[in-house]
Design a binder for this molecule. Structure first.
Ligand code: F3S
Length: 426
């Protein structure tokens, strides 16, 4: 691998042992991927708290974050002083909402350890956004910016909607990247890998959030890990629709980049999205494909629903507002729990506006910093769930052993109020 003079100096130990180890790991990782070089990045997303917690859980002899970080993120038997991050780094969604630890079923001891790890991350300079939607809190990479992001829904949003450049990194590669501001130059950092591989001709008028989720889920099933180019959209989507589409496509398949002709930055035209080539493969999305995606997601047969989850990916302020309007003056069924998830910074605005109060007066709970699949918690004794997220519907049965219905936000709120599944494909 070609290294710059500065990178050689870091490898030589000139910036301390932690950065030396971090760069050594990134070089080995890049060489395994045949990357010709590392690329500078000043935008990393890390999952250090959850990573440290799982190390401590499985290694009871370790209790200090520096020791766990050194041993498992930097492959060092010796505990190294962990320096401040070099790249601007935001903490991704986390494994607990400290304001609702009891409702989530955590022990006080677990809360204390969590807070200790958060304090460590803040000390080394990570921005504790604790969300899978950092782009809603001002982390908006510009087109062409090289990033080191993780979390599939965030990665696909960064690549597709913003035109930032990232692969789906892992906890360890992000931990190393944030210390040295470098990431291997391969995959979606390269122009040629960002061109479309499949043309998706949309023949149904996709407009609602639910439809964008179904579109993404269907495309992911077919295209798997390649690059779809969506053509035929009549209504310009907003943030909520694009984040829902990408999250769904990244869960049914492994899509990290999609283009929407006339909407996303690398697809001003069909020609641009395919780099002037003829689309190598094509598929369509019409009524039948929409129904197929809905049926795959909704295989449940029970009518009673005792857990409704909203906010995957974390809700935007606009989505919180529309949930508030639907919940105003209503009560969640005594047999059902409604948990809504959003970034803490947006909840602060919702608090100020009185929106949290409207939501919580209905009996719903507005949580932050985590989600059921990441903290692996659902309400005690929950048996059947419903959600407006195709991604959450995909993962909840496997992670939480909960059969899960998929519908619109309105379907889910009607379900929470009645305790019975109220969804339908209109
Ligand atoms: Fe975010 Fe959790 Fe969904 S990480 S995308 S809310 S599964």
């Amino acid at each position: 691998m070609r290294l710059s003079e500065e990178e050689k100096a870091i490898l030589n130990g000139d910036q301390g042992p932690a950065r030396q180890k971090a760069l050594d790991l990134l070089v080995k990782y890049g060489e395994a991927l045949d990357a010709e070089k590392l690329v500078e990045t000043n935008n990393v997303i890390g999952a250090v708290v959850s990573g440290l917690l799982s190390i401590i859980r499985t290694n009871p002899e370790i209790s200090e974050p520096d020791e766990a970080f050194s041993k498992y993120f930097l492959n060092s038997e010796k505990t190294l002083p962990i320096p401040q991050v070099k790249a601007y780094t935001c903490h991704v969604i986390n494994s607990m909402d400290p304001a609702h630890w009891e409702a989530l079923g955590f022990q006080r001891k677990e809360l204390e350890t969590y807070l200790k790890m958060e304090k460590f991350c803040a000390r080394i300079g990570m921005q504790m956004m604790n969300t899978c939607t950092p782009y809603m809190l001002g982390n908006v990479p510009v087109k062409g910016e090289h990033c080191g992001w993780m979390e599939s829904s965030a990665v696909v949003y960064c690549n597709s909607v913003l035109g930032g450049r990232t692969n789906t990194e892992g906890t360890e590669s992000c931990a190393a990247a944030m210390l040295v501001g470098r990431i291997p130059y391969w995959g979606y950092h390269l122009d040629e890998n960002r061109l479309g591989t499949h043309l998706v001709q949309v023949e149904y008028d996709v407009e609602s959030e639910m439809d964008w989720g179904l579109l993404g889920y269907y495309i992911g099933e077919i295209v798997q890990e390649q690059v779809p180019v969506i053509q035929g959209i009549k209504h310009t989507p907003n943030i909520a629709r694009l984040k829902h589409c990408g999250a769904a496509a990244a869960s049914s398949g492994g899509i990290e980049l999609y283009h929407v002709v006339g909407v996303t930055p690398e697809a001003p035209s069909l020609e641009a999205a395919f780099g002037g080539r003829k689309p190598p493969q094509s598929l369509k999305f019409g009524q039948a494909e929409r129904k197929m995606a809905y049926d795959i997601l909704n295989s449940g047969t029970e009518s009673d629903v005792d857990f409704v989850m909203l906010g995957c990916p974390h809700y935007s302020l606009e989505q919180l507002w529309s949930a508030g309007k639907l919940l105003e003056g209503k009560r969640v069924s005594p047999n059902t729990r409604l948990w809504i998830f959003a970034p803490k910074a947006l909840k602060d605005i919702a608090d100020r506006q009185g929106l949290t109060q409207i939501i919580e007066s209905s009996g719903a709970v507005l949580m932050t910093d985590t989600c059921p699949c990441i903290c692996r918690k659902a309400p005690k004794d929950a048996r059947v769930a419903a959600t407006d997220s195709a991604k959450q519907t995909h993962y909840m049965p496997a992670i939480l052993n909960l059969p899960t219905y998929f519908g619109s936000q309105e379907d889910c709120i009607r379900t929470a109020v009645s305790g019975k599944w109220k969804g339908e494909l209109k």
